[in-house]
Design a protein around this ligand. Structure first.
Ligand code: SAM
Length: 471
């Protein structure tokens, strides 16, 4: 039944294979010899398969878990250095015809005012986001073929790319909208999107159907096969995710890796990113109603083991998590975080946080400047880089570069140059002085002399008012 190459959801995410893998993991959770072998394989930095990775997740031996954490930290440093890419979500519409029981946008929720941004409002939100310093957005929308058809989403993308305010520009729009057709994915690709993101929510079919009782999202196969259609439509950067808290985390972790293996096997390129959202309180949603909540400790272990199992896949964490959890999990493997986020439709132009239309409560409520300042103080380079996809480095071309280690000759200087733009245009005085010192120090770490000289030159040009340099 299990077939990684199959195009049928129930075959590439075979329930039996997940259960057998979890059984194998349970049987071997104290098998130190096997665990050492798996860790040795992981040290080669070529990843692990879902069975091997599930054994590590099941293992509770403290010194082995510590080894997993150290390895995750090391892999993170090797592939991503100390750069953290910044982004913000932009909510376009909360009209939705689905019945997702964990989401306040569900059709039956009559408490929240339904709202959809007009193009003028999109431009205003984008201007507000540009004034914060953002260059990369993830657009979010409920599913509603009448209120939010693909034409509406495409129009919004166009407005976003064409809104220019002072030195601001949104240079990459990632898209998180419901599963759709190959034709629509092709249109999104033509509109110039970065990553197509779709959270699986849960890979467990029975639970999936119960958690999505009504609406088009009820169809497990259609949802689970969406990334195959996206790839067919020409989108080669796709982002997976599980909403942790809905089902047993070990099941989700194993199936998530099976999904990544499937994409790699069929299309020759795994997921570009993996997101790790946890269920949060929201209007009409009580997270304690979902009894599979995971502790911070397990959450960190999952992140570390994603880092080890798929070293080339970026990992994203949102403001659903607090500052403390974000600090821990960034160290263990996260490469991209949001900052200053509003999860309500129109939230960036409203001064007060409107709790009634927020998709979920935001734990990290700091401004983007506070997050940037904090990241630098704890040893990271906040990066506003969007160069890869603009230079055509997507899909397998991106992965080949990453695997060869060459990406550091692009990402590192790009991070410094985009940080410099941020410091010049948007930072507070304190953030600017920390940042200028950081850039000076980090410049010396660019090993290629030619790249270092060009980067230094471009930093001077940015100081003089020019913008948008990239390798
Ligand atoms: N509507 C699109 C879909 O169905 O895929 C995507 C956009 S939705 C605004 C983005 C994600 O928010 C969902 O995929 C879900 O995982 C997450 N989400 C929904 N309710 C949540 C909650 N109460 N707490 C945390 N995340 C939630």
């Amino acid at each position: 039944m299990y077939n990684v190459n199959s195009m049928k959801a129930e075959e590439f995410i075979s329930h039996e294979e997940v259960l057998e893998s979890l059984k194998y993991a349970d049987e071997n959770r104290d098998n130190v010899k096997l665990i050492d072998e798996i860790l040795a394989k992981a040290k080669e930095r070529k990843g692990l398969n879902h069975r091997e990775a599930s054994v590590l997740l099941a293992c509770d031996i403290p010194e082995k878990v510590n080894e997993m954490y150290s390895l995750a930290e090391q892999i993170k440093k090797d592939f991503y250095g100390n750069r953290i890419v910044m982004f913000a979500p932009l909510y376009l519409s909360n009209y939705c015809v689905n019945g997702c029981v964990y989401c306040p946008y569900h059709l039956k929720n009559k408490h929240i005012p339904r709202r959809k941004l007009t193009q003028e409002e999109v431009a205003r939100e984008v201007t507000a986001l540009q004034d914060m310093g953002h260059k990369r957005l993830a657009i979010e929308s409920g599913e509603d073929p009448v209120n939010n058809p693909i034409e509406y989403i495409l129009e919004c993308i166009d407005t976003i790319y064409n809104t220019k305010h002072k030195n601001g520009a949104i240079r990459r729009v990632n898209v998180n909208i419901a599963a759709t057709t190959v034709d629509n994915y092709r249109k999104l690709k033509e509109a110039g999107i970065g990553t197509y993101i779709l959270f699986q929510e849960t890979y467990h079919k029975k639970s999936y159907e119960a958690l999505h009782p009504t609406g088009p999202k009820h169809d497990y196969a259609y949802h689970t096969e969406a990334m195959d259609r996206a790839m067919e439509g020409g989108i080669d950067d796709v982002g997976l995710g599980v909403l942790f808290g809905l089902e047993l985390y070990r099941y989700e972790y194993c199936a998530l890796l099976m999904h990544a293996e499937h994409l790699e096997a069929v299309f020759g390129v795994g997921p570009h990113t993996i997101s790790v959202p946890r269920i949060k309180h929201a209007d009409d949603i009580d997270p304690s109603a979902f009894d599979n909540a995971i502790s911070d400790e397990i959450f960190c272990k999952i992140a570390a083991l994603i880092r080890i199992a798929v070293p080339y896949t970026g990992m994203i964490i949102s403001t659903r998590e607090s500052e403390a959890v974000r600090e821990q999990i960034i160290r263990l493997g996260v490469s991209q975080i949001s900052g200053g986020s509003r999860t309500s439709v129109g939230g960036y132009c409203e001064n007060e946080r409107p709790h009634d239309t927020e998709q979920f409560d935001v734990s990290d409520q700091r401004t983007l400047d506070e997050v940037v300042n904090w990241l630098m103080r704890i040893g990271y380079i906040p990066s506003f880089c969007t160069a890869c996809y603009r230079e055509g480095r997507t899909g397998d071309r991106f992965m080949t570069l990453l695997k060869s280690g060459q990406i550091s000759n692009c990402c590192y200087p790009n991070a410094l140059m985009t940080l410099k733009e941020y410091l010049m245009d948007y930072a507070t005085q304190d953030t600017r002085s920390i940042g200028e010192a950081l850039i000076e120090k980090e410049l010396d770490n660019i090993s290629n002399e030619n790249v270092r000289n060009i980067c230094r030159d471009n930093l001077c040009k940015i100081q003089d008012g020019l913008r948008d340099f990239r390798f």
